[in-house]
Design a protein around this ligand. Structure first.
Ligand SMILES: [Zn+2]
Length: 554
């Protein structure tokens, strides 16, 4: 009975109130016009118009996106909760989108507890939370320095199988820094290390702040023990906790082509997965492939590979053959593939293995100008043809992992099938095994894995190196955070350490012994530090600097 309210309802009178409401709501939603949507809603309420889940969600979403505008924030909060209560009272089931919108509203009001309860009770609606559902409550607790509650959210996310990403770990690191929780901060740095390769600038700033403000005096560990842990982990981290004592020096800089840090002179590590991880990884690739491919075909390939285990490089044939072929006469370039095969042979003295789908191989064999070369590849066992209906990605990936080979492909392997593998082994593996390539004016250039890994690294001396995401421009140099503890790196450091630890009477010997290998380098680099330029008296500078301990950079 209720019909249009006001002048905005200008269309067809034959429409039902519901469809009219729907039409207008969509219009206001598209134009992000919260005020009009609210009047529409009020009218609908007084007219008893029946609203659907979609209507409620549209209203909630509109409220949640209106929070960022100070002129609509109050209205959004006021109506958002009213709409949600109305929805529940009418027996309309909220879904993940509704809960996420309301969680955003609650967080904007600073009511993390309400948002968290909402998310925790989603099961009642048979809805599963996603990362975006947790974000408002997690960031709300982190902003308010309610660290324990934030940690509880993380636990809940884990229990629901929701993986945290860089932003979430950065927020948790920040709240741990804000509350001075050294153990947690260490843990989140490690989690960040496992999750991303390069950090965003915002995250880099949080890491800088942490190290500039906390000494986090570390464990006295036997140097051998630390080195063993690093080796066991495949290089690049030990995970044993903070090492060394005294203030950190945090710098931004670059590393040279060979991986030596320009700031501190430390050599960055080449990080590969270890033997056990390789076997586990190969096993999980095979397991996933078996679920998705014809089992018999894939086992046949595994058996074949066991008997042909001498390859050093695997070539993703389709990726190379189709590279830059999106022009009119483009097709499958056998000559590109041939160039890659020859280049690998000349560099390594060993024929690579090309993996190519049988429909492709059949077509190439039908072409007289390619037949001879393809037959030669088959005869030399340079080519493995994957069977009808297969996804060759599984074949080249498995071969490269299992045989610890280089893998020639420009495929960044971000596809959903690779997501199944998780990022833990995969990113590290890719870093050491993927060979990218270009054909500039027809000339092939293979980009071999670098002599060091561009990932967050924790050295056996306790230093940290953190790569920062660039601007996307491949030519710009990779920026790094270099975080060292000069006090533990040499003569200057020994003074500092002995002063520091004289109260409890231990640590000096261990500390200096642990870090002595980098003595020479560190003395040099400590001298180069901008902060110590104000004095020639090195020990005094160091000691003075440590005593001042003001977090303010001025
Ligand atoms: Zn460095």
């Amino acid at each position: 009975m209720a019909t249009a309210q006001g002048k905005r309802k200008k269309h067809n009178k034959n429409q039902t109130p519901e469809s009219q409401f729907n039409y207008n709501l969509n219009f206001y939603s598209k134009s992000k016009d919260l005020r009009s949507a609210v009047s529409l809603y009020d009218a609908a309420v007084s007219n008893n118009t029946r609203l659907s889940q979609h209507h409620f969600n549209t209203l909630l979403y509109l409220c949640s996106i209106s929070l960022s505008d100070p002129s609509t924030k109050e209205l959004a909060l006021q109506y958002g909760f009213r709409v949600f209560d109305h929805m529940v009272a009418n027996g309309i089931k909220p879904n993940e989108a509704s809960i996420t919108a309301v969680a955003r509203l609650a967080a904007a009001k600073g009511d993390g507890d309400y948002a968290f309860d909402l998310v925790k009770n989603m099961g009642a609606y048979n809805e599963l939370p996603r990362l975006r559902t947790y974000d408002p409550v997690l960031f709300c607790f982190c902003d308010k320095l309610e660290a324990d509650k934030a940690y509880e959210v993380e636990l809940h996310m884990e229990s629901m199988g929701v993986s945290l990403e860089e932003m979430e770990f950065a927020a948790l690191l920040k709240v741990s820094a804000g509350t001075g929780n050294e153990e947690k901060a260490y843990g989140y740095l490690q989690k960040l290390r496992k999750t991303v390769r390069c950090v965003r600038d915002e995250t880099a700033k949080i890491i800088e702040d942490w190290f500039q403000n906390f000494e986090c005096n570390g464990l006295e560990l036997d140097v051998r023990l630390v080195k063993e842990a690093v080796t066991r982990n495949g290089g690049g981290w030990h995970g044993l906790g903070w090492i060394g004592k005294g203030r950190w020096v945090v710098r931004r800089g670059n590393v040279d082509m060979g991986g030596k840090c320009f700031c501190c002179g430390e050599q960055l590590a080449c990080i590969d997965i270890d033997d056990t991880e390789t076997e586990t990884f190969a096993g999980s690739v095979a397991g996933l492939a078996m679920e998705r491919e014809v089992k018999a075909y894939f086992s046949e390939f595994q058996d074949w590979l066991d008997k042909h285990a001498n390859y050093e490089s695997i070539v993703d044939g389709a990726n190379v053959g189709l590279y830059q072929q999106n022009f009119a006469e483009g097709g499958f370039s056998v000559s590109q593939l041939d160039a890659v095969v020859k280049e690998l042979y000349s560099q390594r003295g060993n024929w690579p293995l090309i993996i190519l789908h049988n429909k492709r191989v059949r077509a190439l064999l039908e072409n007289p100008s390619h037949r001879k070369l393809i037959q030669e590849w088959i005869q030399k066992e340079v080519l493995y043809t994957t069977p009808h209906g297969s996804n060759d990605d599984w074949y080249w990936l498995y071969a490269a992992v299992k045989l610890r080979c280089l893998l020639v492909t420009n495929d960044e392997m971000r596809d959903h099938i690779f997501e199944l593998l998780g990022s833990n082994f995969f990113l590290r593996w890719k870093e050491r095994h993927q060979v990218r390539y270009t054909f500039l004016k027809g000339n092939l250039k293979l980009q071999m894995p670098g002599p060091f890994s561009v990932v967050i690294q924790e050295s056996d001396k306790g230093a940290w190196h953190v790569p920062i995401s660039g601007d996307g421009n491949e030519d710009s140099t990779q920026g790094w955070l270099c975080i060292t503890r000069p006090s533990a790196c040499g003569a200057l450091g020994e003074d500092a350490v002995s002063m520091e630890t004289s109260e409890n009477g231990h640590g000096v010997c261990n500390g200096s012994k642990l870090l002595s290998p980098c003595k020479q380098k560190c003395i040099t680099s400590c001298n180069n530090e901008p902060e110590s330029q104000d004095s020639d008296n090195k020990p005094a500078t160091m000691a003075g600097k440590r005593k001042e301990r003001s977090p303010s950079p001025s």
